[in-house]
Design a protein around this ligand. Structure first.
Ligand SMILES: Cc1cc2nc3c(=O)[nH]c(=O)nc-3n(C[C@H](O)[C@H](O)[C@H](O)COP(=O)(O)OP(=O)(O)OC[C@H]3O[C@@H](n4cnc5c(N)ncnc54)[C@H](O)[C@@H]3O)c2cc1C
Length: 317
């Protein structure tokens, strides 16, 4: 539900103009997106680092995609033809996280720092997010979480940039469910209001330990987290392990020895290697497996239910 339309947040208000020229604060580079993904693959695109609402207005004047921390993305070696928008430092409010139980935070705020800081401040609600290398906007877009909870559990409100305006919506409007949200077409999350609770450092530490324990078997090298969604009543990792595929390698991409559902980049993997490996795994497992990642520039792995970016591209900009 739309709560209100806001012209601009205090931080960005001064920069708003109706001009469509490239504002001074925008940095635009044509770069291999591999540099900005945790898997470390992906070809070139025009990358817009935005710092203000004015920047967002300029950046969204042509077809675009939005990137968070790039930790759930497989991007083709050919890159993508659309602009890729990344929210810059002015959307990172790590420094404003000060012990209040309810507060607005920018969408580029890294989640790992929030988890750490919340524990230091005696605030509970974010323990379930331990080990998720997202920024807040990406975590909300994917409703990221673990079996201990998800980001939607602590959301009070979300600020969206839609069609040149900021809107504040209740989380219900985003229809959050398992690793999925329904953002309005073209919407960019700019801020979110979190609601946490006070708790004792001991209780928080205990919950963090439980989440951490579940991650023990996960590889620490370049990856994009779990590659496949778990099929009904089973685990993709178990199926891949049972098929003897751990350590199976195509070029620089390999099924992790530690966890069957992680594909790791050994250093020089290309998207072609990763795609080949995904196809080989699917061929060898009898149960159909859906790819968990969002795939940019690669149509055959996209699940209709998961792809926020493609729905953004349907916009007639
Ligand atoms: C080692 C590892 C462990 C992981 N463990 C988990 C886990 O336990 N649980 C889990 O849920 N995920 C996990 N992931 C996957 C990933 O971290 C999550 O899916 C996360 O939510 C992605 O956030 P991101 O900021 O990296 O977004 P990106 O991967 O950059 O983008 C993901 C989607 O969000 C959209 N998006 C990003 N920012 C915005 C914005 N500001 N406005 C609108 N849309 C936006 C993008 O367009 C895209 O559709 C893991 C990944 C790794 C590498």
């Amino acid at each position: 539900m739309l709560v209100s339309k806001v012209e601009a947040t205090s931080e960005v208000k001064a920069n708003v103009t109706s001009n469509s020229h490239t504002p001074k604060t925008v940095k635009v580079e044509t770069v291999a997106l591999a540099k900005y993904t945790t898997l470390g693959v992906g070809g070139p695109a025009e990358l817009w680092h935005v710092e203000s609402l004015e920047d967002l207005q300029a950046a969204t004047s042509e077809a675009y995609r939005v990137m968070g921390a790039g930790s759930n993305l497989l991007i083709d070696d050919a890159g993508v033809p659309e602009r890729v928008i990344r929210l810059g430092k002015s959307f990172n409010s790590s420094h404003e996280f000060d012990g209040r139980t309810e507060l607005w935070l920018g969408a580029a705020t890294p989640v790992p720092g929030l988890v750490r800081r919340a524990a230091e401040l005696g605030l509970t609600g974010l323990e379930c997010m331990l080990g998720i290398p997202a920024v807040l906007g990406g975590a909300i877009a994917m409703n990221a979480g673990t079996r201990h909870g998800e980001i939607g559990d602590v959301l009070e409100a979300v600020e969206l940039f839609v069609n040149g305006e900021l809107q504040i919506v209740e989380p219900e409007a985003l229809k959050l469910r398992y690793r999925h949200s329904e953002l309005p077409k073209g919407a960019i999350i700019t801020r979110a209001k979190l609601k946490l609770k006070k708790d004792s450092p001991e209780a928080i530490a205990e919950r963090l330990e439980a989440v951490d324990a579940a991650r023990k078997g996960q590889p620490k090298v370049k990856s994009a987290g779990c590659a496949f969604k778990n099929p009904e009543g089973d685990s993709a990792g178990r199926l891949i392990d049972a098929a003897g595929l751990k350590g199976y390698r195509v070029g620089g991409a390999m099924v992790s020895i530690e966890h069957g559902n992680f594909i790791v980049n050994l250093g020089d993997a290309t998207a072609e290697d990763v795609k080949h490996l995904l196809r080989e795994i699917r061929k060898k497992i009898e149960i159909p497996l859906d790819v968990e990642w969002e795939c940019w520039g690669i149509e055959d792995f996209n699940n209709s239910s998961q792809n926020n970016a493609l729905s953004q591209l349907e916009d007639d900009l």
